[in-house]
Design a protein around this ligand. Structure first.
Ligand SMILES: [Zn+2]
Length: 359
């Protein structure tokens, strides 16, 4: 009951806010082509073009031929009865063995999501027209507004919001936010509001960040992601990380790896520190350094960033964490301050001074 009042309160409070329509053209294209594939007929080039030109897919995959290829292949694998062997070959891959192969990882996650969708395809078609989509944007904006310290209302502007069907995920791009239909179907209403508010945070943050910082090197790029996800995760992740992962319906091996990465945060930070020190001491070449740093934080920085953000929050520094939400160097320095108090891994002075030179 409490939840219902909360939802009503949030909706009434934001009724005056102008809303975009949430775009479902990619979901409609998906249903159309999946139905065709189920009869064993491969869509024409023109139909695939129309599919990828629909708003959600153009935001998500417009600049990524690899993502387009994966979606096309996995739709065939999941829905086309003539592609059973392709389905078997991807389905039987072990996540543990493909962790360092982004194409196979994404293929398997996409396929599993599509196969899961088939179990409740009719319900998903009904859900696409659900009334919840009339209010989530306003409620998510409110959720973000409440989360931020000193929010600037005029900058909580989202170019577009679309729903599509790919892996259990969402993305915030320059031209809009996309979210997977099956994931939203599984989340509660408040879970969906939080999830969208998380993606909105990324869009909002871009108004304040130094756009050159992530471009300095792979290292600064990773730190920027780390802070971005660390703070966004405070919006939609539960205190107990297992709860969030089971809510999202992640496959068990992935959830296990996620938890292991989360629990190994002190070791992962210590190794990063040691790589930086080796580099500044000229013990490794720039080439070796870049190789070590590339994709250093698994899962886009989520588990390690969240570990750090939670440590800061639980030590009573949440407002300070949010105040400098656009500054990765301030994030690391605040983490270090708290880590000293909490006897967690503390970055070396050499690491911090290298970081300050990056500003
Ligand atoms: Zn995120």
């Amino acid at each position: 009951m409490k939840k219902i009042f909360l939802i009503l309160g949030m909706t009434v409070a934001t009724m005056s806010v102008a809303q975009n329509e949430i775009d479902f053209s990619s979901v409609d294209e998906f249903f159309k082509l999946a139905d065709k594939l189920e009869t064993g007929i491969e869509p024409t080039d023109e139909e695939w073009k129309q599919f990828f030109d629909s708003h959600g897919y153009s935001v998500s995959a417009g600049k990524s031929p690899l993502r387009k290829k994966i979606i096309m292949k996995m739709m065939n694998a999941a829905f086309n009865p003539n592609c059973q062997s392709l389905q078997d070959s991807v389905f039987t891959l072990f996540y543990e063995k493909i962790m360092d192969n982004p194409e196979l990882m994404l293929s398997k996650m996409t396929l599993e999501n599509y196969l899961d969708m088939k179990n409740h395809f009719l319900e998903l078609k009904t859900f696409r027209n659900s009334d919840i989509f009339k209010t989530i944007e306003a409620d998510a904006k409110n959720r973000l507004r409440e989360f931020l310290v000193n929010p600037v209302d005029s900058l909580i502007i989202i170019p577009s919001i679309s729903v599509l069907c790919y892996e259990y995920e969402g993305q915030s791009k320059d031209n809009g936010i996309v979210m997977d239909l099956n994931l939203l179907y599984k989340l509660s209403y408040l879970g969906t509001v939080d999830f969208l508010a998380h993606e909105m945070f990324h869009t909002y943050r871009r108004n304040f960040t130094n756009q050159n910082f992530p471009k300095i090197s792979e290292f600064t790029n990773q730190l920027d992601h780390l802070q971005d996800e660390a703070i966004a995760d405070l919006i939609d992740k539960k205190e107990n990380i297992w709860e969030t992962l089971s809510m999202k319906g992640l496959p068990a091996p992935i959830a296990d790896m996620y938890i292991e990465t989360y629990n190994s945060t002190p070791l992962i930070l210590a190794r990063l520190d040691s790589i930086i020190c080796s580099f500044t001491d000229n013990k490794i070449t720039t080439e070796q350094f870049n190789k070590e740093i590339k994709n250093y934080f698994f899962f886009g920085g989520h588990p390690n960033g969240y570990y750090m953000a939670k440590l800061i929050k639980n030590a009573g520094f949440e407002d300070e964490l949010k105040k400098y939400f656009y500054n990765p160097v301030a994030f690391i320095k605040l983490y270090n301050k708290v880590a000293k108090i909490r006897s967690e891994y503390v970055f070396s002075e050499k690491f911090i001074s290298y970081l300050e030179d990056m500003k």
